[in-house]
Design a protein. Structure first.
Length: 165
């Protein structure tokens, strides 16, 4: 028989238990993004800007093509976001050193400061939740999230984890 949490078997969950998990993820995501959304809203930016800033910070010099793969958005959508971030002085686009057709993306000092404000709010919330849940729950939570990713997304996620800790 599988592990149990209270009287709930972890190998067999009812549709109701699954629905509750899905709803918990929605509300947790809402909590995780609430402070960054407030900060972004004051600057007339949205979550797409936040995601771009986050991943450019994670991999300075990343290409537009790589960012498209990570974010899973259309080129048109990403170009709108990048155009705004570049015009506002948060991101710098440089011509590739090896392939002149590539554009390498870097946060400016202002972009780095905004990324820190956005991430600090999320790290504070995550740190508190992890502390409350304990190390076994943290490991289990990460395993659940990784199990929800398809193979290609899990590969990209692993690649990011190896890039910068």
């Amino acid at each position: 028989m599988g592990e149990t949490y209270g009287s709930e078997s972890l190998l067999f969950l009812t549709d109701e238990q699954i629905r509750q998990g899905i709803e918990a993820m929605y509300f947790a995501y809402r909590g995780l993004t609430s402070e960054p959304d407030r900060i972004l809203g004051n600057l007339a930016y949205g979550r797409a800007h936040h995601r771009a800033i986050h991943f450019i910070n994670r991999a300075p010099g990343t290409t537009v093509t790589n960012l498209l793969e990570i974010l899973g958005v259309t080129k048109q959508s990403l170009n709108r976001v990048l155009r705004t971030l570049i015009e506002d002085g948060l991101v710098e686009s440089r011509v590739g050193k090896i392939d002149k057709r590539e554009r390498n993306l870097f946060l400016t000092e202002t972009g780095t400061a905004l990324e820190a404000r956005l991430s600090d709010a999320q790290r504070t919330r995550m740190r508190s939740a992890y502390r409350d849940a304990g190390p076994e729950a943290v490991a289990g939570f990460r395993k659940v999230l990784e199990s929800m990713m398809d193979t290609e997304l899990r590969r990209k996620y692993a690649s990011l984890r190896e890039t910068k800790s």
